[in-house]
Design a protein around this ligand. Structure first.
Ligand SMILES: [Zn+2]
Length: 290
């Protein structure tokens, strides 16, 4: 009995010190990335390479942070897995935005959704390809793949209430809504401000009638940025209400998903008054070729 207790105590200690080690290393990584971020804070003209590095590192760290906040980091291995697959997802997002900027909008939007799936899956403690998702306006629909294994919910819908409101808002400034290149898009006859030719409200790109194609590409890049920030936004409200259940279900819906990262950065309305010195504009102007 006594030996058993000692064994238990030492295993608890081991777990405790393991946790400390994991947390310590993660803080060190974040500190390092923070320094990198500060030193490259001057956002004038940036190269493709800089944009790629930002996406890879940013998405990798964002995925790990979300996993940490949601309590899915159990060991060094799971932290490394999130960092690695999060970085792969970030590379996918970079390629996706580059494709859109070059006019291949539909394939770019599809790649963005696959990249989003990878990041969401690993930060939720799943395998990178366990679920594939698609964001359609306020709803993100994900479907379990054969990689997910048995006992997983097949169809999952995550609703973003703000994007229901954003839809109404986008409608207010536009005359026409259509499904264009995989995105719910709007067309307006009047600009939002005298200098604007297009804008994006959350997930919805809008262009003024008759503007060149690259304006739509630019706004579609903002829509992808929005999908990207959504993937690294932890969802405490959603988790509070929808407790994990081990019962096998076909369908699940969560209604309180918010794009906290985007809200905190004030990036839910792009291009009302064009500004070139914030990251999402630097990226969109660099990638959407005129
Ligand atoms: Zn813009």
């Amino acid at each position: 009995m006594a030996t058993q207790n000692i064994n238990r105590v030492s295993s608890v200690n081991r777990e405790g010190s393991m946790k400390k080690k994991v947390t310590g290393s993660i803080i060190a990584i974040l500190f390092f990335v923070g320094i990198m971020g500060v030193s490259t804070n001057r956002l004038e003209a940036v190269s493709d390479n800089t944009i790629r590095v930002y996406n890879v590192v940013g998405q990798g760290v964002g995925t790990l942070l979300k996993g940490l906040i949601q309590g899915k980091v159990k060991s060094f291995k799971s932290a490394a897995k999130m960092l690695f697959w999060g970085s792969v997802s970030g590379y996918g997002f970079y390629e996706s935005k580059k494709m859109i900027g070059n006019g291949s909008v539909t394939p770019g939007v599809i790649l963005a959704n696959i990249s989003a799936s990878i990041s969401e899956n690993v930060s939720g403690g799943e395998g990178p390809l366990d679920y594939l998702g698609y964001t359609l306006g306020p709803a993100r629909i994900t479907v379990a793949t054969p990689f997910a294994g048995k006992g997983k919910t097949i169809f999952n819908v995550q609703v973003s209430p703000m994007d229901i409101l954003n839809f109404a808002n986008a409608m207010k400034y536009a005359d026409k809504v259509s499904f264009r290149n995989g995105l719910i898009s709007f067309e307006a006859s009047e600009p939002l401000t005298p200098s604007s030719r297009g804008w994006a409200i959350g997930i919805y790109p809008t262009v003024v009638n008759g503007v060149p194609e690259h304006v739509f590409n630019h706004e579609a890049i903002h829509a992808v940025q929005y999908i990207q920030t959504m993937t690294v936004s932890p969802q405490p409200l959603s988790r509070l209400i929808h407790k994990d259940s081990s019962a096998k279900k076909w369908f699940s819906i969560s209604l309180l998903n918010f794009n906290y990262v985007s809200i905190l950065n004030g990036l839910t309305l792009n291009d009302k008054s064009p500004s070139h010195d914030i990251w999402n504009e630097v990226e969109a102007y660099a990638l959407a070729k005129e």
